[in-house]
Design a protein around this ligand. Sequence first.
Ligand code: SF4
Ligand code: MG
Length: 327
Amino acid sequence: MKDLMTIDGLSTKFFTEEGNVTAVDDVSFQVREGETVCIVGESGCGKSVTAMSIMGLVEKPGGRVAGGSIDFQGEDLLQLDQNTLRAIRGNEIAMIFQEPMSSLNPVMKIGEQIMEPLIVHLKMKKKEARLRAIELIQQVGISRPEQIADSYPHELSGGMLQRIMIAIAISCNPKLLIADEPTTALDVTIQAQILDMLRGFKESSKMSILLITHDLGVVAEMADYVIVMYSGKIVEEGEVVELFKNPKHPYTRGLLKSKPVMGQRQEELYSIPGQVPNPLTLTPSCYFHDRCEHCMPVCRSRQPQLQETGSGQKVSCWLYEEAEVHV
Ligand code: SF4
Ligand code: MG
């Protein structure tokens, strides 16, 4: 598979009154053509900021990409001017979010909102765009598409709105779809339908998906390749089968242990003790050390590097470094 996007050394900072926060810290990974890469981790680990950095959307909330490159089909997205980026966004790279309401215009009819990218990016005439919009509504599994096209967002359920967001996202046949917790707000049945649909589109159009989720059930369903993030850094990555079979980083193991199993009651569910550290007070160390049952002295004073392990995974943990430090 050919590389579609190569992210190299991406760092994104936010400037707050209390100090500077490195939300994404030297992150590198690839998305290949037709592949689904999942970024997984608890909230506050830099997953969404990674996606926002790709989309060029970190400046509004007070952030800045401080380093690295994002090569998309041979062009560094970080070097492009706003106009060129806007032409790529929604066209070649589309994005869906957890809250469809936040991306839809409440006073604009659904049909018109689907028509907009068709008119802007594909230069369709209004009539043609309307017909295509109705087709798209049908494609995302909604019946009575004409009636839906003439409705306003508040008239539809959350599941329907998310389908509409997908219709908008796939309308221009993007090469890459970035989906940030797309099913988190939905009940399990609708969630399964939406994931099925995304998989179907991926297969028929060969698009790649970068899927951000805290839910390992979703990862198991969808991912080819998995990236585990913690406190802005990648702590482990690998092919999905290998990573689930043989998780190496104590954080990945904790996440897998806390994944609900069918029939298990909520109160029996394991959760990793402690919480993600305050990004303002990070010291050179393994950022997971406070929560890790294998913590050694070296873990508190030096940061482990992400490195290959024999099985093709990469992991950043002193347990897998050379023996010299295990004293
Ligand atoms: Fe645990 Fe140390 Fe590995 Fe961090 S580096 S995950 S503290 S063993
Ligand atoms: Mg998020």
